[in-house]
Structures are given as structure tokens and as C-alpha cells.
Design a protein around this ligand. Sequence first.
Ligand code: PBG
Length: 322
Amino acid sequence: MSYPTHRLRRLRKNENLRRMVRETRLSIDNFVYPFFVCSGKNIRREIKSMPGCFQLSIDNLGKETKEIHKLNIPAIILFGIPEKKDEFGKEAYVKDGIIQRAVREVKNSVPSLIVITDICLCEYTSHGHCGLIRKGKIDNDATIEILAKVALSHARAGIDIVAPSDMMDGRVKAIREVLDDNGFEEIPMMSYAAKFASSFYGPFREAAESAAKYGDRKSHQMDPANPDEALREIALDIEEGADIIIVKPALPYLDVICRAKERFNITLAAYHVSGEYSMVKAGGRLGWINEKEVMMESLLSIKRAGADIIITYFAKEAAKLL
Ligand code: PBG
């Protein structure tokens, strides 16, 4: 049976009808908003390639997180820009490091806000790589010991969720063990399970001052061509104890989000990354696209593909429209 019996346009006639048959709904509950925290006083420095996003000093964090709370966004993820970097990324796990202080500040100003921290060494190492370098290569097993220390120091500072983004093998298990051994068995882990070596991270590296001084991240982040391998990465992280898995970036990898959601019974987060944000901002500024509409359509598409949680720099703007 087909036309004229079936006319699918019948249910698209007006907004109320469309509301009744809408299959996917975005909600503020889905959003996580990222913050870049730096040292210094009264700093609110706009990131050139990410209009509307700022590096913030800790004294400015309280005000900004109260705004997040007012918008009813449930969670934030923190990235730190340390004052000094060294070969071993020591500033990542000191008690009074940038993130450790930022976490305490946020928890003081809005105790109920879910605070997630990204675990990686690239913002803390002088060479900008995600791990310790031995003989010109990232030493996987030595790095995961440091990552576990970083996670423990964040737990001690009071975080709600830990999010390892380094893509070393075995880090989910190593972090889980250290947390459990120290009485933090209740802190969930949201692992960047399928993180691709993507050029869409470009603006983030300006924001977090974390670009590698030489080489690239292709020996640990995934080849954009490999969706089957992404499912293996996700399966391993679940086996090692991840509570939530992340696929990153989002829009160019909707197929991975969709397949992962169908395959695994686990909460799935998508990271709508910096380059995805910047492109929409740029197109909007040039007057080539309708920025707000493209923003909402992008977020909806990520949700439709299967993401339960969306980490996005658009969280505040989208929350205002919902
Ligand atoms: C690693 C990390 C990166 C992003 C999140 N965590 C950068 C990288 O892997 O080089 C990118 C996020 C974005 O582009 O918005 N600390």
C-alpha cells in the first residue's frame, strides 16, 4: 500500500501534531558543561577559537558554577591549566594543584553540582604528550600508575565522577583498583572508551594549552577509520569497570554512538568537541548558517543516535532555549 492511502505528511501539519509524534527529546538533564581553569586572579580570558568559552581563574569559578546550577545543568567537567609543567606531569596529582583547588571551590559554592574531572597528562607535561616518555615513546604501564595517582588526588579533593581520557591500555582497571583500595569505591568512572585521534580537538588544545610539542597522538588515540575496534575498546573498558562510556568526537562518529548503544547496556556519553563547537560558531558569525538552529539540530542528532549524556560547550546556550 502506498500513496494515496499513506500520506506521512498528515502528521506534520502543525506544531502540536509534530509535538505528539516527536521521537527524540533533548533535555537539560543530558548536558555536561566543560570549564577550563587556570591560575592567577580575576582571569576570564576568552579562547580565540572558541567564542563564548573562557579560561577562568579559581576565584571566578564560583560565580560561573552558580550560573550553571541556575540553568539546571546537572554536571560540569573540569580541565586544568597548571602554572608549571614538567616531564612527568607532577602538577596533575599534587594536593594543591589547579584541579584539586578548583574542585574544592566548586564544591563550596554549589555542593550538589556533579563535578567530573578529566584524567590525562597532556595539560601537565612539558612535552604535551598524554603520558611519560621513555626512549621516544609513551610508556603505557608507567603512565597508568601516574594516572591512578591523579585520579586518587581528585577523589580526595571531592569529585563525583572520574573521567580518564588518556587512552592508555589498562587505565580503567588501574584507576578502579586505586580508588577502591582507598575507600572511594563509590566514585563512578566515566571512561573515554572510544576516543579518536581527531583534528576536531584543535581549539581545545588552545584552550587547555595542551598541544604536543612534537609528534601526534596516533599511537594511543584511535584511527578514525575503525568502528569495530571502537567497540572492542568499549567492551574492554566495561570489563575493567567503567560505569559510563564516552564516544568522542560526536557528530563525525554518530555511527559509533549508534552501534555502541545497540550493543551495550550501559549509559553512553558523547563528547561534542571543541572543533564541532567552533565550526558552528564560525558559520554563524559569517552569517552562513543559523547558529542557534544548527546548534539544536546537532545536539538532537547526537541524542537520536543513542547518547544519554552530551558533553558540550553549547550546554548553557541550549539550556536557555529548552
Ligand atoms: C585530553 C583531552 C582532549 C580533549 C578532552 N580531553 C584533547 C586531546 O586529546 O588532545 C578534547 C576535547 C575537545 O576538543 O573539546 N586531556
